[in-house]
Design a protein around this ligand. Sequence first.
Ligand SMILES: NC(=O)c1ccc[n+]([C@@H]2O[C@H](COP(=O)([O-])OP(=O)(O)OC[C@H]3O[C@@H](n4cnc5c(N)ncnc54)[C@H](OP(=O)(O)O)[C@@H]3O)[C@@H](O)[C@H]2O)c1
Length: 285
Amino acid sequence: MPDFLIVHTVLVTGAEGQLGRQVIRKSADQEVEVVGLSRLDLDITDLAAVRKRIAEPVTVINCAAYTAVDRAETDADAAYSINETGAANLARACAEVGARLIHVSTDYVFSGTSERPYEPDDPTGPKTVYGASKLAGERAIAELAPTSTIVRTAWVYTGVGTDFVATMRRLEAERDVVRVVTDQVGSPTYAADLADGLLELAELAEAPLILHATNDGATSWYEFARAIFAEIGADPDRVQPTTSAEFVRPAPRPAYSVLSSRAWGAVGLTPLRGWREALHASLAG
Ligand SMILES: NC(=O)c1ccc[n+]([C@@H]2O[C@H](COP(=O)([O-])OP(=O)(O)OC[C@H]3O[C@@H](n4cnc5c(N)ncnc54)[C@H](OP(=O)(O)O)[C@@H]3O)[C@@H](O)[C@H]2O)c1
């Protein structure tokens, strides 16, 4: 038996984003050396810089992305540059040195018209530039580094900044009534739980090309908002129902975004807890 510990290095790109920060935070209790790379440390659209950083067989968890879903409709070049070319650069560099890529993707690669949870191999059909650019990134990774794992997730929040939970808390303080859509269904996912899942995945020797990971269960944005109000001691009836038709946005939102975690569990990964319990934990600090 060797009397030394082999420390596995994990590079986290996009380390100052919502998810990247949680991966760094949650890695503190793990026996891995985790190096967070902000956009300033590593711009994933710069292939030479990517090759320089990924020069040995580390694991890369890519949390860097263009995530401005509405802005992408009129800013496609930037979205594709980061979400397709950036992902391809990481895949290329990883394949060249035998590094492993864990890449985060989205429910927006699907059309949102399903009536049952999406499985990883279900047909894709993005309806937005953002979704199409993320799908292009997935395809580049599949071609250039097929031993990678792409983890699709959805409705990610931490409860700070401008995410849905933080926005509902702000609006609760500012308004008597908040109107929220009832006709979009998905799985709210606490970024800290997803971070745990990604770090557990990084410990698996191998995994399928595509997996889905969200907190368990499904709800509408309306019910999610009501749950947030209830959690913070506000009257949930101050959340009033509306529809997507009354709340039009530049990029259409999927009506149904539920991702099946069956494949995630089948490879031995711990299923993420139910969304309601995760919301409670997120607000408990
Ligand atoms: N948020 C959600 O609801 C959601 C849902 C499904 C899937 N996802 C996926 O989850 C992943 C993480 O999303 P998130 O919510 O953490 O997004 P986020 O908060 O917007 O973080 C993305 C990070 O990537 C950085 N970045 C942008 N361009 C870059 C580049 N060229 N090189 C290096 N870094 C760059 C951003 O830096 P700047 O801030 O400086 O631009 C930001 O720190 C993404 O793949 C996203 O598609 C998110």
